[in-house]
Design a protein around this ligand. Structure first.
Ligand code: URA
Length: 283
């Protein structure tokens, strides 16, 4: 990664801008440090824990990154967790549309529109390049997404776009973005298991049709559902996993809405972005 790319990524995340020192190493440029974030990050050194809630509340790791990290190998795949959360994939017939497992993109989207909206205004199917190597999966639409029928269009979506831009990705060109659930859950609550199960065949078919090289699960609900795991986000985040039953890597990272609430965690999101960039480069 070039220095310019690195700076672009850091700035997209709202992190310290880095300048080369005389000795060739990278050093932060104090005058350009965004103060609130930098203050939090400078003070944070706690190690990750396994406690689910702590994954979203613990302080961030220090926001320093050596050049050596840039070329660090992608970590080995983790063993699959034992516990099962993922709903059994269904091959439910799609009424007059035929079975979900044989639908093309257009039919799948049309079929989704005929499903029970569960109180939402409209389905949010997905957006982006359907032939991309990278699939981003969030949790479920929020109010903005429900209004527009497009995933990740609110504040969190804007941050997601900036993060993707930092590694040369965008929904206009080379990623596809969707959610575990295709309808906004009432009052923005987490989707319940029935809602996840109802929409699961659609995501599974999207994955089949797209055949991506990498799935990026943003947030706990996406991570646990995709990996069929009850492990905490803190445990799942940061390394490559194998998608069950497919030759497909899954990388888990923080949800951008969480990063907006907890900017001190952006340093770790930056690590995840670097890993995504490395995986894309290796594809
Ligand atoms: N959060 C999500 O998980 N998905 C969206 O589409 C928007 C916000």
């Amino acid at each position: 990664m070039t220095l310019d790319e690195r700076k672009r990524m850091l700035s997209a995340l709202g992190l310290v801008d880095w300048q080369p020192r005389v000795d060739g190493a990278l050093a932060p440029t104090a005058s350009r440090v965004p103060t609130p974030v930098a203050a939090v990050e400078a003070q944070t050194t706690a190690a990750p824990t396994d406690v689910e809630t702590s994954a979203e509340t613990r302080p961030a790791a220090a926001a320093s990154h050596s050049v050596a990290e840039e070329s660090a190998p992608v970590p080995a795949l983790e063993p699959e967790p034992d516990e099962t959360l993922r709903p059994a994939p269904t091959s439910a017939p799609g009424d007059e549309f035929g079975p979900v497992s044989s639908m093309d993109w257009q039919t799948l989207e049309a079929w989704l529109a005929t499903r029970d909206h569960r109180g939402a205004s409209r389905p949010v199917f997905g957006i982006g390049a359907r032939d991309a190597d990278v699939l981003i999966v969030g949790e479920a639409p929020g109010a903005n997404e429900d209004a527009q029928g497009v995933p990740f269009v609110g504040r969190a979506g804007k941050l997601l776009d900036r993060m993707l831009f930092a590694i040369g990705c965008s929904r206009e060109t080379n990623v596809y973005i969707t959610n575990i659930c295709k309808f906004r859950p009432p009052n923005n609550r987490d989707p319940n298991p029935d809602e996840v199960a109802a929409d699961w065949p659609i995501l599974e078919r999207q994955i089949e049709l797209m055949d991506p090289k990498l799935v990026v699960a943003v947030g706990r609900v996406a991570a646990q559902t995709l990996l069929d795991s009850k492990a905490s986000l803190g445990k799942l985040r940061g390394s490559l996993h194998r998608y069950p039953r497919r030759e497909l890597d899954v990388l888990v990272t923080y949800h951008p809405a969480f990063l907006l609430r907890s900017p001190g965690q952006k340093a770790k999101a930056w690590d995840d972005l670097k890993q995504i960039a490395r995986r894309i480069a290796a594809a």
